[in-house]
Design a protein around this ligand. Sequence first.
Ligand code: H79
Length: 574
Amino acid sequence: MEVMNCKHKMKWWKDAKFGMFIHWGLYAVLKKGEWVMYSSKIPVHKYEKLARKFNPIKFDAKQWVRIAKNAGMKYIVITAKHHEGFAMFQSKTSPYNIVDATPFNSDPLKELAEECQKEGIKLCFYYSHVIDWHHPDSLHDRANNTWDYELDKKDFYKYWNGLAKPQIKELLTEYGPIGLMWFDTAGGLSKEDSEEMVQLVRSLQPDCLINSRVSHCPGMGDYQSKGDNEIPMLGQDAREFETPMTMNQSWGYSDKDQVWKTTASLLRKLVNIVSKGGNLLLNVGPTPDGEIPGQSVERLAEIGEWLDINGEAFYGTSPCPYPYELEWGSITMKSGYLYLHVYSEYWPQANLQLYGLRNKILKAYILSDPNKASLEFIQTYDSETNHYSLSIEVPNIAPDKNIAVIALKIDGEIDVDESLTQQPSGSIRLAAFQSEIQPVEASGEKSEGSERRKTALWHFKVVNPGTFEVVIVNFKKSGAIWEEAYQNPVVISLAGKKIVGKAREDVILEDSPNCQYPYREVHSNIGELTINRPGVYALELISDMISPKPKGTEIWQAEAVKFRNIKLMRKKDI
Ligand code: H79
C-alpha cells in the first residue's frame, strides 16, 4: 500500500520533467550571489540592515509564473529561506522576514501561491534547514557563522525547535498544497533529526515530496537530488533524480556573472537529463527590484518554443532504453514510440543509424513536420553477430537549429539489445560506473605507491573492427590541479595488447551536454589499440582515479577530478 501510494504522489513530478528554481533573498541587494554573507563575513547586525533597502517593487507573481509556464516548466521551487536566514514570507516565528523587516511589506510567496494555483503550476519551497548564518544556534558541519557566534556555545536544538521546525510548519499550513520541500546542505544533521523533518512534512502534507538533501544519509527523501549542476551518466541512478542547474554560474543575483549558457546548450542539457530519467530544475536569480534577468527570460522563451513543438517527445516520457549514451544526441520513449533527439551539429548527411533495436518500425517521421511525412528506412538483422541495425533516410539539412526529433512508431513493447555495443560511427563508450572494480593486485599488476590505484573491467560488443584511439574522459573542477589526480600512468589492456600512457589535458571541451561550471570536460589521449575481428571484448583499465560509486549526495562537489568514461574512437580499418 505504502509503495503504491508513494508512486502515485510522484506522478506529477515524474511527468513534469522541467521546473524553475528561484534564488531570491536579501543577498540580491548586494548583487554578489547568495553566499556573500559568508564569503565576506558580514556581521549579522550589518547584514540585517539590508532588509531596509529591500523593496522589490517590480515583483509581479503573474509575470514570474507566466515566464515559467511559457518555458514549459511545470513547477517552481523558490527559496523561502536560504543560508542567510532571512524568511521571504510572513513568519510569526521570527520578525526577520520580508513582511516585517522590509519596506516592501508584502508576502511574495502568498502571491506566488495564488498565481500558481490559478495557472496549474506546482509551488514548492526551498528551505535551508541546517545552515542559518543569522541564528546564533544553527550548526552545520562546515559552513557556520563563526564571525558573530562561537561554535561551542551553540545549542542546535534551540535553532531546530525554535526556528526551523516552526517555519516549516508555517510554510506547509499557510500556502495551500505544496508540491515539494527542497532541503539543502544537511551536513552534520543526524539521521534521527533528518527523519524527524521528513515526518514533520509528511504529517502536515502527506503528498508533498521531499528531496534527498534533507539528509546526508543515503536513500532519504522521495528522489535523488544530484549535486549542484551535476548531470549523472545514463543508468547511473537507481532512483528518480533531479539536477539543479544555473543558467550562468550563480544562483542568487550577481551583476558580475555574465557567463550565460546558450539556449542551444541549455536545451541539450535538458533533453540529456530527461533522456536519463531525470528532471531539470533550472535556476533564475531575480534582481533586488524583483525582476527575472532579461538574459534568463530570453533563454526560457526559446526553450518554451522548442517544447511547444516537441513536447510529445518530452513530457511523460520514459528514459533511453539503451545502456549507453548516443553520440548524436538522446533518446526518450513512450508506449509505442521511440524519439531520437538529434543535436543539430550531429545531424547526419544522409542516414541516421541506430543499432540494437529489435522492434519492427511502423513509421518514421520528423516530429516537427506538421504533415508527419514518412521517412524511408531499412532494418536489417545479422544472425551471425546477433546484430540489429536501422538506417533512416533524413533530409540533408537539420530541420531544427537546436535539436530535431525523429519519431519512430514501433510495433509492440520496446525491445533493444542491452549489451554495451559499439555505435554506428565506430566509437565505443564505457562509463566509469558500468565497470567491475577490483583492487589492483587482483590483476597481477603491481601497485605503484598509490592507495587509490584500482582496476576497472568492461565487456562490450564490437561490430566494426579497426584501429581505435583510446581516450579517457574526466571532469575537472575549476582550480583543480590535474597532476594531483593522475599521479601515475594509466594502463589499458585489450585483446591481448597493453598500452601504458600518461593522462594529460589534451582537449578541453568548453560546452558539453554532460558537464558545466564548476567542472570542465577534459579528454586525454592515451594511445592506439587494434581490434581484428567482430566479437565480445574485455577492456581493463588500471588507474588512480577509479572509485566505487559515491554514496549520498555530492552537494559540496568535493572531487577535484572525476573519471567519467573511456571512449574508443575508431580511426581506420584493419
Ligand atoms: O542554493 C544553492 C547554493 O547556495 C547551495 N546549493 C545550491 C542549490 C549550496 N550550498 N552549499 N553549496 C552550495 C556548496 C558551497 C560551496 C562553497 Fe563557496 C565553496 C562555499 C564556500 C566555498 C562557492 C564558493 C560559494 C562560496 C565560495
